[in-house]
Design a protein around this ligand. Structure first.
Ligand SMILES: CCCCCCC/C=C/C(=O)SCCNC(=O)CCNC(=O)[C@H](O)C(C)(C)COP(=O)(O)OP(=O)(O)OC[C@H]1O[C@@H](n2cnc3c(N)ncnc32)[C@H](O)[C@@H]1OP(=O)(O)O
Length: 280
């Protein structure tokens, strides 16, 4: 109790040290008192995941791990969106080499977060569809703002999420709920996500979400860090092993699928609809 109150105070006003510049599409801030690092995605308007964002995300995770931070909180600088998933504009009308790079960097970013030995939490301060949900469910704990949407909606776009991409989702949802949600391409409201266990807590503001994430990470204070991380990684080892086995083939499968004329046509229509909706 005392500890979580202390964390709360520190999260509000404690001294902070900037470790990386904001020229990147991600930034890292470590709280000197708690030792917890906040990694912020900063690609307005919706943090759509282009290659640069995915590369910067990996570099920030590496930076946080090498600085021996006590934990990592992932959040967004955009006011209403955590991340809109892969940048569809980057996948549309492009060449195979670019598609290969996009998918490889998505894989690299996911494994860096999912396989991190640090305690990880997501302060989901906005919508988190598709790749946004992927990043949130790669973390160990999720706190979300009310009335936002989260889920893997790939089938709504006519595309299929590979098994590794579902790993985090399957870690937190019962198999039958996950299967139904994935086949429907369902986006859960925050309130539904809490009821199903897809998120752990609801917070009314981003600050409160960050505090709750810090309290989660603070709950490990009395646990041996090596024992903690090895235990975490034992739980994730099977998924990581399966992913490593197929990762090269998975890139080629993605390139083949994403290059198909009907998939490209579908992306074009989806983009047009997004643009129409945003102009309304
Ligand atoms: C081919 C095989 C592929 C297998 C891949 C499987 C794995 C992963 C897939 C993905 O991640 S695909 C991406 C899926 N993402 C979505 O379906 C989300 C789409 N976006 C939205 O629903 C909404 O934008 C939002 C996130 C709910 C936010 O809504 P808000 O009203 O706040 O913003 P908008 O006005 O809609 O958008 C602003 C601006 O941003 C553009 N945009 C939104 N999302 C994307 C995106 N994913 N990629 C590129 N651009 C995006 C949107 O068009 C607007 O642009 P402008 O009109 O302002 O130019």
């Amino acid at each position: 109790m005392l500890h979580s109150n202390l964390l709360r105070l520190v999260a509000r006003g404690g001294p902070k040290r900037w470790m990386s510049t904001t020229t990147k599409l991600t930034s890292v801030e470590v709280n000197d008192k708690t030792g917890i690092a906040t990694l912020t995605l900063n690609r307005p308007p919706v943090n759509s995941q282009n290659v640069q964002l995915l590369v910067d995300l990996q570099s920030s995770i590496g930076e946080i791990e090498s600085n021996k931070s006590r934990g990592l909180i992932l959040t967004s600088a955009c006011s209403n969106v955590f991340s809109a998933g892969l940048d569809i504009l980057e996948m549309y009308n492009t060449d195979e080499e670019r598609l290969r790079t996009i998918w490889t960097e998505l894989q690299n970013a996911w494994i860096a977060l999912y396989g991190s030995s640090l305690p990880t939490a997501a302060a989901i301060n906005g919508h988190a569809p598709a790749g946004g949900c992927l990043l949130a469910t790669a973390c160990e704990y999720r706190v979300m703002l009310p009335k936002r949407l989260i889920g893997l909606n790939e089938t709504q776009l006519g595309i299929i999420a590979p098994k590794w991409l579902m790993s985090g989702f399957l870690n937190v949802l019962p198999q039958r709920v996950a299967e139904r949600a994935l086949t429907q391409g369902r986006l859960f409201t925050t309130e539904e996500a809490l009821a199903e266990g897809l998120v752990d807590e609801i917070a009314n503001t981003k600050e409160e979400a960050l505090e709750k994430c810090a309290a989660f990470i603070g709950s490990f204070t009395k646990v041996n860090p090596l024992a903690r991380s090895l235990t975490k990684l034992q739980f994730r080892a099977e998924n990581i092993k399966e992913f490593e086995k197929i990762r090269k083939k998975d890139v080629e499968d993605f390139v083949a699928l994403a290059s198909r004329p009907e998939v490209q046509k579908g992306m074009g229509i989806y983009l047009e609809n997004l643009k129409k909706k945003s102009k309304k």
